[in-house]
Every structure is written in C-alpha cells, then in structure tokens.
Design a protein around this ligand. Structure first.
Ligand code: SF4
Length: 488
C-alpha cells in the first residue's frame, strides 16, 4: 500500500504523532463528527485567503490561476499544476505539489502538498527562465514553527517538480503581512520530522497517546483517545502533567497512577521544582483515592479572601474573538436576605451595541456598591479593563469596580486539589454536581450560534446563549458555595 503524506498529515505529526498514525490506520467510523466550530474555522481561513488575494489584486498583483482536477486526485492535480507552471502563469492558487508525478523516491510514500500560492519569479527551472516560490496564507498572527515547517515541505516538493530550489518562501500572517521563512533553518527540521513520520507509518508503530487540552481539543480522535486514556488511567489526564514532565516521570519509572501517587515528591526533583513535584503527586493521590485534598497552609488565606456577603454578584462573559467583541455580560445577583436569585443578561444584539451593554453593566453593579463580584479565571477582569479603556470609563470607577472582583478559580486552586481532569469551570462544577441545561452548549459553540444570529436573525440562538451564560454564572456560584462550605 502506498501512503500519501500530505502537508496536513505532516502538520499533525508535529503536534501529535498518534494523530498521524490514526489518520492513516485508524477506524474512521470512530472519528468525532465535525462541529460547527470546526466548520467556522475552515470558513474563516478560506474567507481570509480570499480577502488577502483580493487585497493583493487591488494593489496590482496579477490574476491567480487554480488548477482544475477531480477533488482528491492528487496526480491529476499535480499534472494540472505543472501545465500552469509550463505556461508560466504569474500566480497559482492551491496548486498540487507531488514528489514525482509518476513515482516517489520511497516506494511506499507519495509526498503531497498544496501551498496556498505559487508565485513566479525570475530564475532557471525545467520550465524556462522562471521559478516558483511558495506562500501560505494564515489566520494566525505569529509565524509558528509548524507553519514554517510546512512551507519548508512545500519548498522541497516544489524543488523536485521544477528542478530548482526556490530562494525564498513566505507566510502571509493576519494583520502582519508577508514573513520570510528561514529555509536554511527549517528545511533540516522538516526533513527530520518527515523521516520520523515515514518510519512510524512504514513500521506501523502506534505512538503512545498523550491527552493535551491544547492539542486535542480540535482533534476528531478525541473521544476515542479519551476513552482509552481513561481506561488506562493515563497520567496525561492529570492536571499539571505536561509532555515534558511526563517524559521525566517515565525516566523515573513512574508511569502508573499508583506509582505516582505513592512516590515521594523529592524523588521527582530537581528536574521538577519542589512545588510542581508536590502538586503532581498530590493530584495523583486525589484522583486515585477520589478525594479532595486540602493544600497545606493555604486554607486560612483562601477562607479570608472568599467573602460571604448579603448580596453577591456572579459575572460571566461571552465573546466573539474574531469580531473582537464581548457581546454578552451576564450577572447573577444572589440576595441572601431576600432569598432571591436574579439573572441580568446584557446582550449586544449588534456588534455596535457593546458600548451600550457596558454602560448597562456599570449601572447595574453600581446599584450594589459593596457586593463582591465573583468570576471564574481572569478573563472577566481583563475584559473590564479593555471595555473601560475602549469606552473611556474613569479610572477611579474601574479601579473601585475591580477591587470588588473575586476570582473563584484562583482561590479554589490555591486551596484544594480535586480529582478532576481539569480545573475548568465545566469540569469542576460538573464534578461538584452542577448540570448545564443545554448539554451541547459550550463557549466555542456559542461563538458559532452568535455568528449565525448575526447572519440569520434566529432569536432562539440568542436564548440558548443567554441560558448557557446564566448557567455559567450559576456554576460559579455553585463552586464558590462548595468551597466556602468545605473550608468551614
Ligand atoms: S485526541 Fe489528542 S492524543 Fe488523540 S490523536 Fe488527537 S491529538 Fe493525539
């Protein structure tokens, strides 16, 4: 069997070796379906590419050509791309590069990539007095290593197709313009990754899984991997165990939950700092024994910082990062004396309403000048600073407001270790028995629903977002109440 290594496969290999393996050998029926958020990201990338191309043409760049070929047929795609290169067209959009149209250097692999643009430059190639250089267009603002390695991959394939090495290669980054990739630096790294990747695939060596929230959250194999990790009690499910720390634990032979839970933290030093070692071992004990562990000497400090007031405010925000918009400021008012709980959703039905909801929020919280404002993690405080600056709120007013903020996440993580996989609000509150009313709702999905509201005007979507935001406020309340009672 010939294995096709696309640029996408190589990109995944850099982030998770197992993903590449599963993409080739996994049972596709076990993949998670695409979510609205995945679709949104893909559409955003395409829209951004179209925007960049239109902008370039507006500045005088020549027309770009796209090779015509049946979807997924890389051989015909490469043939059509070569035909365009032979004609010497100035720019090729989404051309197909293949390592040898008829044969690949390794019998078992076909190397394929699709740079966003191939741009003609003076030079000598199989086609005449011109060569092509590759460019990728990204939504990101930073020239990440994996982007640069993929451009190096395009470069290598392009060199074999046109018989000449491109002298440069480019990334176009959002809001930053063109960034030249240092090919001398990244070609050797890319070749190492490619060799390794081919080894893993050729010998069918299934890499070990490692659940990392950052890497796995958008991976279609997540349900399968998570189920497996749970059944193995894999240490990557412990908060605080990063890939680097895990490698160290393996060198010490601490590869099981029991082994780590029973380890003396000193044994993990000095590679791990004393605090980190304590934290990881304690986390393992908490998960193994399914118990809450008080962090020594912190409980009193936390109890003092965790006020119980007659009226308390719980605050949560929904944002649309693409629009740089905080469109929902939700506040739950818990009045202990009146025994009432009232939720106020300040919602920007149009992006231009952000100033209005900010003022509505300020008016509400000023009605309760002594009430603490509980929130979960630092996003709310950071957003208040941003909104205050954007809408010229007096510094004294904002500082007074921020002095009432209490970060429940910070206090909880300083006080206790819980048997959870993550200290996110979702994970913690669920473990403590709280249920969200809409099981499908989450922050990413709300972004998609809000975008659809803006496009389609379906008000039921706003209702779901508001309910989700209210549940986030109630979950923060739930966690805070639990912590107060636990520390009593
Ligand atoms: S879910 Fe995570 S561990 Fe599994 S394949 Fe995807 S990125 Fe890798």
């Amino acid at each position: 069997m010939k294995i096709t290594i696309t640029a996408e496969l190589l990109l995944h290999y850099q982030r998770c070796k197992l993903r590449t393996f599963l993409d080739v050998y996994g049972d596709r029926s076990l993949k998670d379906p695409y979510t609205d958020f995945h679709r949104k990201l893909l559409q955003q990338r395409l829209a951004h590419q179209e925007f960049v191309l239109a902008e370039q043409m507006g500045q005088g760049a020549p027309l770009h050509y796209r090779p015509d070929y049946p979807k997924g047929n890389f051989h015909e795609g490469a043939t059509a791309t070569i035909a365009l290169m032979e004609q010497g067209v100035e720019r090729i959009y989404q051309g197909v590069l293949l390592n040898g149209v008829d044969a690949s250097p390794r019998q078992d692999f076909i190397l394929v990539s699709q740079p966003d643009l191939l741009v003609k430059q003076p030079g000598k190639s199989y086609f005449g007095d011109w060569i092509y250089v590759p460019t990728d267009i990204h939504l990101g603002k930073r020239p990440k290593q994996d982007y640069q390695i993929i451009v190096a991959y395009h470069t290598q394939l392009l060199a074999s197709m046109q018989g000449a090495w491109p002298e440069n290669a480019w990334l176009i980054l959002r809001g930053k313009g063109a960034y030249e990739v240092d090919l001398w630096r990244w070609l050797p790294t890319m070749q190492t990754f490619l060799e390794e990747c081919m080894q893993v695939l050729a010998f069918q060596q299934e890499p070990e899984l490692f659940i990392s929230r950052q890497v796995c959250s958008l991976c279609p194999w997540l349900t399968q991997c998570h189920t497996l990790a749970k059944s193995q009690q894999h240490l990557s499910l412990l908060p605080g165990v990063t890939p680097t720390r895990y490698r160290h634990l393996k060198t010490l032979g601490l590869t099981t939950l029991d082994a780590l839970a029973d380890a003396n933290p000193v044994y993990l030093e000095p590679e791990l700092e004393s605090e980190v070692a304590q934290y990881i071992v304690q986390q393992a004990q908490s998960v193994r024994d399914v118990r809450v562990i008080l962090i020594p000497s912190q409980d009193v400090t936390v109890a003092v910082a965790l006020p119980i007031a007659p009226v308390e405010l719980y605050f949560d925000i929904e944002a649309e990062p693409e629009l740089e918009l905080d469109y929902l400021l939700g506040v739950l008012i818990v009045d202990r004396q009146a025994n009432t709980e009232t939720f106020y959703p300040f919602l920007a039905e149009a992006p231009t309403d952000e100033a209005l909801i900010w003022q509505q929020f300020l008016d509400l919280v000023s009605n309760y000048p002594t009430a603490p404002i509980f929130h979960f993690s630092n996003y709310e405080a950071e957003t208040v600073k941003r909104l205050a600056q954007a809408y010229h709120t007096p510094a004294a007013e904002v500082n007074l407001l921020l002095s009432r903020f209490v970060d429940v996440h910070k206090l909880l993580t300083e006080a206790v270790t819980l048997p959870v996989e993550s200290y996110s609000l979702k994970s913690l509150a669920k473990w403590l028995g709280f249920q969200w009313r809409d099981s499908e709702a989450n922050g990413s999905q709300c972004i998609c629903w809000y975008d659809r509201w803006l496009e389609e005007g379906d008000r039921t979507l706003l209702d779901i977002i508001i309910r989700y935001n209210e549940d986030d406020c109630r979950a923060t309340h739930h966690v805070k109440e639990w912590l107060v009672n636990f520390l009593l």
